[in-house]
Design a protein around this ligand. Structure first.
Ligand code: S3P
Length: 171
């Protein structure tokens, strides 16, 4: 896999805490391509934190910016792109990703998602109530949609390096 050539970008989808950013960065290193994180690009473009965009402009506005950023990134050279957990839920964004990239669902179970998201309080959706309940509901709602990704990889509790190797094998 070391000299695997990418003919299309790789897009990581899945819930908050699944490890999209960490695995994405490692994957890009292994594939010798650049790495982009859609959340980070949105924050840079808006010059605002995601929590503030949600609070001041609302989620719909955020989703629009997210779609534009992903569209721009996907039109560039093949790379690895980590998307925010809601990006693939947007029908237009999903169509775009399906048409121009290899999509990978990083699947993780509820306990792991709760454990990992507790490490950082940056997710506006998890501030609206009990994080476990919210994540459980999102997993149920979004799971069937994430399953439409080209490849599903289990993000096990343990080093992200192992998950990265699993993705490389599946490509
Ligand atoms: C969201 C996930 C977040 C971020 C925003 C909304 C979601 O990204 O885009 O808070 O709807 O699941 P991460 O999955 O990178 O935490």
């Amino acid at each position: 896999t070391a000299d695997l050539r990418l003919d299309r970008p790789i897009v990581l989808v899945g819930l908050m805490g699944a490890g999209k950013t960490t695995v994405g960065r490692r994957l890009a290193q292994r594939l010798k391509v650049s790495f982009h994180d859609a959340d980070h690009e949105i924050e840079t473009a808006a010059n605002m934190r995601i929590a503030d965009i949600f609070e001041i402009y609302g989620e719909a506005y955020f989703r629009e910016g997210e779609r534009k950023v992903i569209e721009r990134l996907l039109s560039g050279p093949p790379h690895v792109l980590a998307t925010g957990g809601g990006a693939f839920m947007d029908a237009e964004t999903r169509a775009l990703v399906k048409a121009s990239a290899t999509s990978i669902w990083l699947r993780a179970d509820l306990d792991l998602l709760v454990k990992r998201t507790a490490l950082r309080d940056t997710r506006p959706l998890l501030r609206q109530g009990d994080p476990r309940e919210i994540l459980s509901r999102l997993l149920e709602e979004r799971g069937p949609v994430y399953a439409q990704a080209d490849i599903t990889i289990d993000s096990a509790d343990g080093p992200h390096a192992r998950t990265t190797e699993k993705v490389l094998k599946a490509l």
